[in-house]
Design a protein around this ligand. Structure first.
Ligand code: XIL
Length: 364
């Protein structure tokens, strides 16, 4: 009799646990039969025409040259571009003294002939440093000369065409200097030198410091701000902050974004949202963008863009890619995602409507 009761209880517990697990897996879209979102979004105006600040996209030259739909979408909605990879050091000067400007030249000519703004990304980034610099065997003085040479060759070449630069990308790791070859060989104050060299090569270009994790963690925001202030006092011509903005549906919260922006505004520098994309599948459980995700992403774009626009120092918003057919997120995260405003068929997603309505200033 007792055994039977125990057995019945165990079965009951299993049924309850099984049901709850099943429902939650269904809810988060674990089963691949979650259907893809169906929508028909018509934007009443192009993004760039609705905005009072430049709206940019990170562009891939190969796509621009070979895919007419890509080019059409870019020119319809965007009036600012940045090279997704082609202006990084590894791409421009893969071997010492051997430059390949062909892709960058193409992009810049494309943009300037259409009156689009060009932002340069990026002169120094630890992830795009060529091997010959990582393993440089000369003296520290020779190393300095190489870095200065690269910066001034590139900025000088595009003087008057590239209106702003990310001179250094991701120099800080949390609340400390990142241990890079630049930090080790140029010394702790290297940012003062490299910004000065860029400024000498084009005194009218605006020079930005660009980084991630600049919206959610207020302690880090404060640390970076203090360091930027110190560098400016030490003579670094830093004119603006690039806030990358690779975010998710949940994080960071809109309230922490607003708090961080208020902090950045206190610096009284220019602010760019430099690499915006919103991951809809951060945990990797979905196989497709469902209706629910598409709606959440629409809302999230609307709220975060509205928050960005409250900054009086905002000089532009750039998406890190043009459409879901070409985005770095699936490679970075190792699973599918749909973080941009246009889908793989180049059609506007609900996210684009969210972005546009924030720009138009609908009740956010
Ligand atoms: C990424 C590109 O999108 C990828 O194609 C490339 O393989 C790696 O770099 N932060 C940055 C960008 O500042 O340069 C990075 O771009 C994405 C993260």
């Amino acid at each position: 009799m007792r055994k039977k009761t125990l057995f019945t209880r165990m079965i009951a517990v299993l049924v309850v646990v099984g049901t709850i697990t099943g429902i939650s897996m269904w809810y988060v879209g674990f089963f691949s039969f979650s259907p893809a979102a169906s929508y028909d979004v018509n934007l009443e105006t192009s993004l760039k025409d609705a905005a009072s600040i430049p709206i940019g996209a990170a562009v891939d030259t190969y796509n621009l040259q070979n895919d007419p739909q890509y080019e059409e979408l870019l020119s319809l909605h965007f009036n600012s571009i940045v090279a997704e990879n082609e202006m990084k050091w590894k791409a421009l000067e893969p071997e010492q003294g051997t430059y390949d400007f062909s892709h960058a030249d193409y992009l810049i000519k494309y943009a300037t002939s259409r009156g689009m703004q060009v932002h340069g990304h990026t002169l120094l980034w630890h992830q795009a440093t060529p091997q010959w610099i990582e393993n440089f065997e000369g003296t520290d003085a020779e190393f300095r000369a190489r870095i200065k040479g690269h910066i001034q060759t590139v900025v000088g070449r595009y003087k008057g065409q590239v209106s702003s630069w990310d001179v250094v990308n991701e120099a800080f790791d949390g609340q400390a200097y990142r241990d890079t070859v630049y930090y080790r060989r140029l010394g702790a104050n290297y940012l003062v030198d490299v910004y000065t060299w860029a400024h000498e090569a084009d005194p009218s270009a605006l020079l930005y410091y660009n980084d991630y994790n600049m919206l959610g963690d207020i302690d880090r925001v404060n640390w970076v701000m203090t360091e930027i202030r110190r560098l400016i006092t030490a003579g670094a011509p830093i004119h603006g902050i690039g806030i990358q903005g690779h975010i998710t549906l949940e994080s960071p919260s809109v309230s922490s974004i607003k708090a961080a922006l208020a902090g950045w505004d206190a610096l009284e520098l220019k602010i760019r949202i430099s690499e915006l994309d919103i991951q809809a599948n951060y945990d990797g459980v979905y196989k497709v963008l469902t209706d629910r995700l598409a709606n959440q992403q629409e809302n999230r774009y609307k709220q975060v863009v509205a928050a960005f626009l409250t900054s009086p120092n905002l000089t532009g918003i750039t998406l890190w890619g043009l459409y879901d057919g070409h985005t770095w997120i699936p490679y970075f995260q190792g699973h599918p995602d749909w973080p941009l405003l246009f889908n793989t068929q180049y059609e506007p997603k609900p996210a684009a409507r969210g972005f546009l309505s924030a720009i138009i200033g609908e009740n956010c």
